[in-house]
Structures are given as structure tokens and as C-alpha cells.
Design a protein around this ligand. Structure first.
Ligand code: PMV
Length: 331
């Protein structure tokens, strides 16, 4: 059994279907090559120690039995790792203490999915530290349980990207669907709007609009499903012009849900004016990131336009591999 293991998991960007996925429709998501890194070291006692400087947690320590006890974490920044420790202890069994340290290639402010990448790393790393084989589906189930204990509703699309990697159709309906799609060469550009969005707030806003206008909102969700189905085909055929048009339509629908803001709209229109195949907000809305697709001949221009409109470019590539071991050492 290893005494120390270094694992990593990718961040993600939603391509199509945000919010609708919370309401049982499919979405398209791609894992990006900015990764969350985690080192797990056995400690041989009954304690955990957590260092997660990106979320302001330094040397947080406690007894394993106290991790996320009664649904409460020792610190806000460590709540996802503590929840993972509790779920793992309950459902797999923890063999002794552990020190966990995280380091991220990307800021947790960007909305790239640092929480789900953290959860994927923690559960995967704990299993590997104890030589337990966890099938990806089982890892996913434990991860979703971990996340839901912390934040209630979550579709799990970001966890699927962190575990499986690549580009996926994800649907959390009666039967869960995680379908990997080859999307080589997806010409993705991403820019941060400068505004940190709170996903839960925007999920609630969409729920409120759904309660007020159920028939219209269900039609929007169904239209989003149609875009995801068409987007899946465009991805398989590497038809970026077609996928771009679908992104444009997707942005219109996200706007109709009420989660677009002037800053994200400005980035989307700037990318289109500079010759992108298409552009849209990505994720819950209220800020965070915008994505665009552009051919090689337009890429530099689209990037310049996004920056001129107030965006910060994210140098990320799509289709990154899922959670994996980087290194491990045995005593
Ligand atoms: O804001 P993000 O990137 O975490 O995306 C949220 C996507 C939602 O569909 C709004 C929520 C969810 O859990 O799927």
C-alpha cells in the first residue's frame, strides 16, 4: 500500500444545457487541462490534517470522527474534503489518519469546478491509499453523495467531468447517462467575466422562474435538450460552424432563463463580432465564464475582442483526462 499519493483531476466548462440539467435534461460538458492536485499521506493515527491554500485553509486538523460531523465542517474552505472523508468512512471504511494538501492550477473564483475536482481527488486518492479498487461509477456515486451533503441540489455534471474526463453527454434523469464523445480539435476559447457567480443563487432564481412560468420554462428546457442532441452530433462530426450556431442559440435560452448579465452578454457579442463560430455564457450565469468557438484564422482576433470587452482569457484546452494518479510512494 502506498504511504503517499499525488492525484489530480481536471476542471470543466459547460458547453450546452446548464440549468436544464438540474431539471432532468442532458447537457454537454468538457474537462479542461487546468487541474486540481492533491497529495494524501498516511498519518497512522486517527486524525486528519488539511491544507488547501487556494480556499484559505491552512493546517486544519481534527479527529477523523469529527470530519463533517452533523453536516458541519471545521472550516468553510474544507467542507468538501471533510464531507468526502465522512462519506468514505461510512461507505468504504477509513484505515487510519491522513494528511491532505491541495494545489490548484486555477483559481477557485473562476467557476471551473474546483469543488468537484477536489471531491474526485479526495475519494479516488483515499481509495488508492488503501488499495481499494473503485469503479468510476461507484466513485461517481460517492462523489455525488459527498457534494449533495454540502450543497443540496447539484446535477453532478462537473463531477462527471472530473472523474471521466474528455467531453461528455451527461444526464441525471431516472437512469443516469454519461456518454463520452470524441471531440478532437474542439476550437474552444474561454474568458472569465471578472465576476464570481454563486451557483446556488442562480439555481434558485431559475427555480423561482420555473415556479412562476412552468409551461414556458419547460419549453425552454426542452429546447435546451434539442440543442444538446444536435450539439452531440456536431461534436461527433467535428462540425464547429454548426456547433457554434447551437452555442449562440444556447446563449439565447440561458438569457431567457434570466441568468445572463451585461458583462457576460458583452463578451458573447464581442466574440461573435470578431468572427467566432458562436459564443455563450457557460455555467450558472451571473458572471463566471464565457466560451466561444473560433477557427484558427479568427482565434487571435476573437481573443483580442474578448479582452477588449473586459474578459480575462483562460488558457485551457478541452478534452482533458479524468482523475488520475500522478505519483505514489511506498514506505
Ligand atoms: O456555475 P457552474 O459552472 O458550477 O455550473 C452550474 C451548472 C448548473 O446547471 C446551473 C448547476 C448544476 O448543478 O448542474
Amino acid at each position: 500500500m502506498p504511504s503517499m499519493i499525488h492525484v489530480s483531476a481536471p476542471g470543466k466548462l459547460m458547453l450546452l444545457g446548464e440549468h436544464a440539467v438540474v431539471h432532468g435534461r442532458p447537457c454537454l460538458v468538457t474537462a479542461v487541462d487546468s487541474r486540481l492536485h492533491m497529495t494524501l499521506t498516511r498519518s497512522g493515527d486517527d486524525r486528519f490534517t488539511l491544507d488547501a491554500p487556494d480556499v484559505g485553509a491552512h493546517g486544519v486538523t481534527g479527529r477523523l470522527a469529527d470530519a463533517f460531523r452533523d453536516g458541519r465542517a471545521l472550516t468553510h474552505g474544507t467542507r468538501f474534503i471533510e464531507s468526502a472523508l465522512r462519506v468514505f468512512a461510512e461507505q468504504i471504511g477509513l484505515e487510519g489518519g491522513v494528511a491532505i494538501a491541495t494545489r490548484s492550477d486555477f483559481s477557485s473564483q473562476l467557476g471551473l469546478g474546483s469543488s468537484s475536482a477536489t471531491v474526485a481527488c479526495a475519494l479516488f486518492g483515499l481509495a488508492r491509499l488503501q488499495d481499494v479498487e473503485l469503479a468510476p461509477q461507484r466513485l461517481f456515486d460517492l462523489g455525488l453523495e459527498t457534494i449533495r451533503r454540502v450543497q443540496g441540489t447539484a446535477s453532478g455534471f462537473d463531477l462527471a467531468a472530473a472523474i471521466f474526463g474528455g467531453t461528455l453527454v451527461y444526464e441525471n434523469a431516472a437512469s443516469r447517462r454519461i456518454e463520452p464523445l470524441g471531440a478532437p480539435g474542439l476550437p474552444l476559447i474561454a474568458a472569465y467575466s471578472g465576476i464570481k457567480a454563486d451557483t446556488a443563487t442562480y439555481v434558485q432564481r431559475v427555480n423561482a422562474r420555473l415556479a412562476a412560468h412552468p409551461a414556458a420554462m419547460e419549453h425552454i428546457f426542452e429546447a435546451m435538450r434539442a440543442l444538446v442532441i444536435a450539439g452531440r452530433d456536431a461534436l461527433i462530426q467535428c462540425d464547429w460552424a454548426r456547433l457554434g450556431e447551437l452555442l449562440d442559440m444556447g446563449h439565447g435560452l440561458v438569457h431567457a432563463l434570466g441568468v445572463d448579465i451585461p458583462q457576460t452578454a458583452a463578451l458573447v457579442f464581442a466574440a461573435r463580432a470578431a468572427g467566432a463560430f458562436g459564443a455563450k455564457l457557460s455555467g450558472a450565469g451571473g458572471g463566471d465564464c464565457v466560451i466561444a468557438l473560433a477557427g484558427e484564422d479568427r482565434r487571435a482576433e476573437v481573443e483580442r475582442a474578448l479582452e477588449a470587452a473586459g474578459g480575462t482569457l483562460l488558457r485551457v484546452a478541452p478534452n482533458a483526462p479524468g482523475v488520475r494518479v500522478e505519483t505514489e510512494s511506498t514506505p
